[in-house]
Design a protein around this ligand. Structure first.
Ligand code: ASP
Length: 308
């Protein structure tokens, strides 16, 4: 018997200003449409996740692909992970600067490499050897982000402490994208893609592309994607923490909420999480003021920007 497909995605969790909401909602709708069309045609969960994430990478609204936050030296440096819950095949890339769609590079690693994770120029070389075009880093840099970086660095120079990652919830911006899917064959997958955090030191890698931190999928537990302040999420290996709770009997919603509560209670972290179990139940939680997300099932579409 065929499983009913499910696609759940997010486009960041932060104090999204009112004027940013429409663009986030539009981006989420486009990504859901692209990914779900594949699921309806019987494509794999991995295909659907990759497609949905790629649409959001192409959308400058989000901190992924073109339009990503900039490093201290004004460059885009991106990380992505894709994981197949059916067989645990995984592909990850980090600190890539010349790929428009890091999630496609992650897919190539998943499909074609005995390794799991490539960084920097090695990742770019692997992607190019497998047919991906390299772009100029400046093709990924947009004026909005140059302005944002300029303001952050001016504040730093003026002696204001940098609260981008650790400050009050309304000052942090987490616009990473992610997706989890269940296909008609009963398999789940997860993907996460990010430009990281604003004004990050070159070479810094956050949680998003680290297996078990910002992304994980296993048919025996659940699929998960996170967004938020990466360092605390990494220290808690929070994605794996959350799916293990589903495997132990918690519902995806209980587990999602517990993960965000734990993140805050243990390390004062903030962010958002989406979870999907192989039986099609979902979980979503965030402790940021807002989170952009969307869900598509045979019953229809639900999406929006939630508030806390
Ligand atoms: N988690 C990402 C990172 O720390 C940032 C985000 O979610 O927007 O790199």
């Amino acid at each position: 018997m065929k499983t009913q497909p499910v696609l759940l995605i997010h486009g960041g969790a932060w104090a999204m200003p009112d004027e940013a909401i429409a663009a986030h909602e539009a981006g989420i709708a486009n990504a859901l449409a692209a990914g779900y069309a594949l699921l309806e045609r019987g494509a794999s969960a991995v295909d659907a996740v990759e497609a949905a994430v790629a649409v959001m990478e192409d959308d400058e609204t989000f901190d992924a692909g073109r339009g990503s936050f900039l490093t201290q030296d004004g460059r885009v440096q991106m990380d992505a992970l894709l994981m197949n819950g059916e067989n645990l095949r995984t592909g990850g890339v980090a600190c890539v600067e010349r790929l428009r769609n890091p999630i496609h590079a992650a897919r190539l690693v998943l499909d074609h490499s005995p390794h799991v994770y490539f960084v920097g120029t090695g990742a770019e070389r692997f992607a190019r050897q497998h047919g991906m075009a390299l772009c100029d880093n400046m093709d990924l840099v947009i004026p909005r982000e140059q302005e944002r970086l300029y303001k952050a660095q001016a504040a730093e120079l003026a002696g204001h402490s940098d609260t981008t990652f650790s400050g009050p919830l309304d000052s942090a911006s987490h616009d990473t994208v992610g997706a989890v899917a269940l296909d008609t064959h009963g398999n789940i997958a997860a993907g996460t893609s990010t430009g990281g955090t604003l004004n990050k030191a070159p070479g810094r890698v956050g949680d998003s592309s680290l297996i078990g931190c910002g992304c994980y999928a296993d048919n025996l537990s659940a699929a998960v994607s996170l967004t938020g302040w990466g360092e605390p999420i990494m220290k808690l290996v929070l994605g794996k923490w959350a799916v293990d709770r589903v495997a132990a009997g918690a519902s995806p919603q209980e587990s999602a909420q517990a993960a965000i509560d734990y993140l805050f209670a243990r390390l004062g972290g903030h962010g958002g999480i989406i979870l999907l179990s192989p039986d099609g139940r979902i979980g979503l939680a965030h402790n940021t003021p807002r989170m952009a997300w969307g869900l598509r099932t045979p019953a229809g579409l639900e999406s929006g920007v939630t508030r806390n």
